[in-house]
Design a protein around this ligand. Structure first.
Ligand code: SF4
Length: 339
């Protein structure tokens, strides 16, 4: 059913978010932020700053979380996520996320949680004994989505298994206690993943990302270091853009000129340095809103927190209603809360 929010008819509710692990980079822009900004026109969007999720892998550096939350917020604002039209939520400010997660955990076997591909990957990467918190990560993720009865979740192909656990939990709950949660549908992103500037998987810890807040000098330095077609020695050599990383970036960010770049490269009419300088310029222009957001919000930290606080309050009202329903259906006593 369509709902009217902020004066606009919406087709459903979306929950999505980022872990506040630091400033966002080009991979986030291509993979999520561009899509989220568009979805705001159609959906009632809840954008979650998932600070509890950070603790599942990095509970030893609590001092970083606050500054990373602000960095994420600034990049969201730069990307056009609009707190006037959408709801920005701080996960830990809505304790119902954690409460629902505990309740839903009763419906998930340890074996099922351990089959989660992210869990396996994290265990491999961390090389540590995984915590119960990490094992329960997908259940908390399910609670994040179900606590707002979200209809849809924007995901990449590789994130489908995560959403499937949420859908399984929703089905199990509905079967046991009566229809309560919608089974959230994936909104699949067709955008291919962008490799890091060194050609490896893009990851902040590899130092191969371009932050959205990067200035033109940093952008140019990183772009000029990108690997290109190794068969090209002279600018007049015929190139093979399909093996060139800089070309993949042209594809992602320079759609209007990508055909011309390809043609000139194949004919040996452009050298790699000017080609990459052109790309750096396009990226510098594309990232200007992110630098502007930082300038605009400079020294207004209190207002940023307020913005998150207001969104979290609105979210909490919905979350409480869901929890009241869940608690009753699961046979728990509910006294009215005054806080
Ligand atoms: S000319 Fe451009 S697209 Fe062609 S190999 Fe060099 S950097 Fe890549």
């Amino acid at each position: 059913m369509k709902e009217v929010l902020y004066g606009v008819e919406k087709v459903g509710r979306i929950l999505t978010g980022h872990r506040p692990t630091g400033p966002r980079h080009l991979g986030h822009l291509v993979g999520t932020l561009n899509t989220w900004a568009r979805l705001q026109d159609e959906y009632d969007c809840f954008f979650l700053v998932a600070d509890l999720h950070v603790l599942t892998t990095d509970y030893t550096h609590p001092q970083r979380i606050r500054e990373n939350i602000l960095a994420v917020l600034l990049d969201w604002l730069g990307a056009g996520l609009d707190p006037e039209r959408s709801t920005f939520v701080l996960q830990s400010a809505v304790p119902e996320h954690a409460e629902l997660s505990v309740l839903l955990a009763m419906l998930v076997t340890v074996a099922r949680a351990a089959r989660n591909p992210t869990y396996k990957e994290q265990v491999r990467e961390l090389g540590l004994s995984p915590s119960v918190g990490l094992l329960a990560y997908p259940v908390l993720q399910a609670a994040d989505i179900l606590v707002y009865k979200a209809d849809a979740v924007p995901v990449g192909q590789d994130q489908l298994p995560h959403l499937e656990i949420t859908r399984e939990i929703a089905r199990a709950f509905n079967r046991l206690y009566g229809t309560t949660f919608p089974e959230p549908q994936p909104i699949l992103s067709a955008v291919p993943r962008l490799a890091g500037t060194d050609g490896r998987t893009m990851h902040t810890s590899y130092g191969n990302t371009i932050p959205l807040s990067a200035d033109p000098e940093e952008i140019e330095r990183k772009v000029l270091a990108m690997v290109t077609d190794p068969a090209r020695v002279h600018p007049s050599d015929r190139g093979h853009p399909e093996v060139c990383l800089a070309f993949a970036y042209h594809h992602a960010f320079n759609a209007g000129a990508v055909a011309a770049v390809e043609e000139r490269c194949r004919r040996g009419e452009i050298g790699c340095v000017p080609c990459k300088r052109g790309l750096a310029q396009v990226l510098a222009e594309r990232l200007q809103p992110f630098r502007r957001a930082r300038e605009e919000w400079q020294g207004r930290e209190g207002e940023l927190w307020e913005l998150l606080h207001v969104g979290s309050r609105r979210a909490r009202a919905l979350a409480r209603a869901t929890l009241a329903e869940v608690r009753t259906k699961m046979g728990l006593v509910s006294w009215e809360r005054r806080d």
